[in-house]
Each structure stands twice: as structure tokens, then as C-alpha cells.
Design a protein around this ligand. Sequence first.
Ligand code: NI
Length: 391
Amino acid sequence: MADIYQEALEFFPYTQGLRRDLHLHPELGFQEVRTAGIVARELQQLGLEVTTGIAKTGVVAMLEGAAPGPTALLRFDMDALPIQEETGAEYASLHPGVMHACGHDAHVAVGLTAARLLWKHRAELKGSIKLVFQPAEEGLGGAEAMLAAGVLENPKVDLALALHIWNEKPVGWVTAPPGPLMAGGEIFKVVVTGKGGHGALPQATVDPVIAAAHMITALQTIVARNISPLEAAVVSVCQVKAGEAFNVIPQTAEFSGTIRTFDPSVRQQVIERFEAVVKGVAQALDCQAVCEIKRLTPAVINDPALAAAVTETARTVLPDVTIVQDHRLMVSEDMAFLMEKVPGCYFLVGSANPEKGLVYGHHHPRFDIDEAALPRAAALIAAAALHLLKQ
Ligand code: NI
């Protein structure tokens, strides 16, 4: 297994060719028809049993090991973003206004390379690998749609792995921390209703603008005064709407925003306080308030044993690797829906290279990666799966 990185390097022209082709032809969520076609073709060439059209454009393939055992799911996302590319690269997007600005082109290429590596090593596998190519990760509900389509059944999945190429860190950097890695997100919307009227006759009105302003201020005490300073939480009001005229007190005011947390009990506490603050202020100021809190994604929480196995694999397999044990991000990722159901490990593989100017962050129009990250990512996820299915 120690030379799996060497094998991934031998596949580099294949991986790079796929990644650049996908980068030229990005497709938005649930529209990954060409991408899914390439994925299915490449997996069928290995002789794998391939199912297409799952949750519209998802592709799943089974790779059976030599001996029976658990099933490990490996997930790769396929969608691009509605961004006009400005990299000027020779493989820059041919589709105006659509770009692989998050690196999911790299994920597909890494996934197809990992499939080839695991195929070579299938005699060592005790169990099976379920390769999952998921549509629509970028806030469109791809993971939930794959779950609803039964991606964790037939055969039943025992553990799950996924990765992200990570341009905030240089090539060689890896993190697979035990416990929380990415925050869970909520979207909230509050509609405050009072009694509208003349701006110069406030005594005849119930002003929802004043009530909303007090709510927005009071909501800031949740993080400042209710949550332990040693825990992480965000409550951000990002949109406020009220009124049409300078001399009219409106009938309603509304605001919306997002909540981010890691720990389920902290999440519960934030939501309970949020509702209590909104209700309490509304009551005190004689308004009605309707509060809607919707889940965006749960937190990405790594199983400690799987995180330890991935970390150990990175140390064994990758040259010149820098492993960071404790790393957390407030961004969210829909792999969390799968990891709520089965133990999993999500890890990040550094892909920036300041010397080559490859430093733009994810979702930036000049986002591009150092492709030296590709064989590292492919070797790591394949070797981690092999390691876990040998036990
Ligand atoms: Ni992404």
C-alpha cells in the first residue's frame, strides 16, 4: 500500500486529462449530464456494475473485493457554480457564466482515479466499495436527493469517506480531524406584524420596525451571553425589509439570516433562545411575530476512529505531508446528511501553490488548483478505503 502514491502518479496524465476536460465543460447542479456520462463510461470500462440517473444525474458503482466484508461509500461531488471564469487558463470554461470554481472537477477526476487504484488492489479488499458521484452539492440538495434514492442501501453502507481539494492551504497539507470539521447551517426568516399608519401619528400604530430592530439587537446576545465562550456559534441577520414610504409606518417588517453551529446541543440552545427572544420582544412591543427556522445542513462530524485511520494513512502513503489535527470551518457541506446516518470521515487535501499564483479561494472567478494535489487526493482516499477494509 505504501507505493499507492507512486501508482497514482503513473495515472497522472489520465487524472489531469479528465480534470481539464471537466473544467472545460462545467455543468450546474442536477444538470451534470455530460459529466455523469463520462463517469459512467469510465466505471463501465473497469467492468463495474454502474447505475445512472440516481437523483437525476447521480452515478453509483459497486467494486467488489476478493472477500466479503463491510461496504465503504466513497462520495465525489460533480457540480459547477454560476460564476464567469477569469483564470485565463488554457482549460478555462467554455460555458459562459458557469465555472468549476469549487474544484468538483478535481473531485470527479480523483474519484475515477481512485476507482482504478482500488480495482488494481481488489484482491486485498475484504468488503466492497460503493463509488458515489453526487449531483448538486452547491446548496441544491444533491445529498438529500441521493439519500432519498436509497444510496445507503442495497448493499447497506457501513462507513463513508469524502474529501475536498482545499485551496486555502498548500499542496502537501492534509487534515482529517476527529469530531467536528464543518459547521451545520440554518436559514431563518422572521415576519413581524404590527399596525400600520401615519408616520406622524405613532400613537395610533404598533410599529413593527421598532420591534424588528429590538429583535435584531437582542438576538446578538445569544452568542455573546447564552453560549459558552468555548463553543462556536454564529447568528447573522443578513437581510432586513420593511416599509415603502418615509411617512408611513408599515404593517409588517421582516428579516432573515443564518445560524451556524457544530455541536447539536449548542444548535438546540441557539434555536430555543432565538425563538424565545423573538417571541418575548414581540410580546413586549405588542406585535405578532412568525419565526421560521429551516435546516440547511447538519454539521460535518468525523468519526474519531475513521479520522485516525485516514490520518495514519496520510502519514504512511503521502510524501512531504503536513498533517493538521485540529481544524474547523464555519462553511457547510451536504455530505453531513450521509454522515448523520453512517460513521464517516471528511478530509481536506491542500491544493494551493503561491509560487504559481494558485491562491484564489473557492468560489472566486480566478480559482484554480495546483494539479499536484490530484494524485495525492486519489492515493489518500483509495489507500484509506483499502486500510479500512483490510481490518
Ligand atoms: Ni465544494
